[in-house]
Design a protein around this ligand. Structure first.
Ligand code: FES
Length: 148
C-alpha cells in the first residue's frame, strides 16, 4: 500500500493523531482525501513529520518550520541534500539565538535582586544605550520571544 492512514502515520512517527491534525491546520503537512473523505498520506510524510519534530525540539516556531517545508518537495521524500540545506539555515538561526540568550543570561546576573531596570544602569534595559535608535520599548525582550 502506497498511502498511510492518519493512525498509521501516528504509529510510525510517535506523533498523536491530534498533533497531526494540528500540523495539517498549520499547513505543515497536506494529506489527500479519499472518496469517503478520509485523510491519506504518502509514505514520504514520515520523513516530513520527523523533520517537524526535530525542528520543534530545536525551538523553532511553526512559522519558521512552515517556511522551510514550503521549499521542500511534496511529491517525494526529503533527501539528504534537502535536509542539509534546511538544517544549515536552522543551525545559523539557532547559533544567533544562542548568542543572544547567552548575552541576556550574562547580563541578567547583575540584575538579580536589583529590579531597577534603569535605562542608565541596567544592561538588560539598554546596554550602552545601543537600542535607542530602534525607538522606545523593551527590544531585547521582544527579540527573544517574538518568533512563535
Ligand atoms: S535591574 Fe537593576 S541593573 Fe538590571
Amino acid at each position: 500500500m502506497s498511502e498511510l492512514s492518519v493512525g498509521e502515520v501516528a504509529k510510525r512517527t510517535g506523533v498523536s493523531v491530534s498533533a497531526l491534525h494540528f500540523y495539517e491546520r498549520k499547513n505543515l503537512i497536506k494529506p489527500k482525501r479519499t472518496a469517503s473523505n478520509h485523510r491519506v498520506y504518502p509514505r514520504n510524510i514520515i520523513r516530513r513529520v520527523t523533520v517537524i519534530q526535530i525542528a520543534q525540539r530545536a525551538g523553532l516556531s511553526l512559522a519558521e518550520i512552515a517556511r522551510a517545508l514550503d521549499t521542500l518537495p511534496d511529491d517525494r521524500a526529503i533527501s539528504a541534500k534537502d535536509w542539509a540545506r534546511v538544517s544549515t539555515v536552522w543551525r545559523d538561526d539557532l547559533t544567533a539565538r544562542i548568542a543572544l540568550l547567552t548575552s541576556l543570561r550574562d547580563e541578567l546576573t547583575g540584575c538579580i535582586g536589583c529590579g531597577c531596570l534603569s535605562v542608565d544602569e541596567c544592561p538588560l534595559a539598554n546596554a550602552g544605550d545601543r537600542l535607542s535608535e530602534l525607538g522606545s520599548g523593551p527590544h531585547l525582550l521582544g527579540a527573544a520571544g517574538s518568533k512563535s
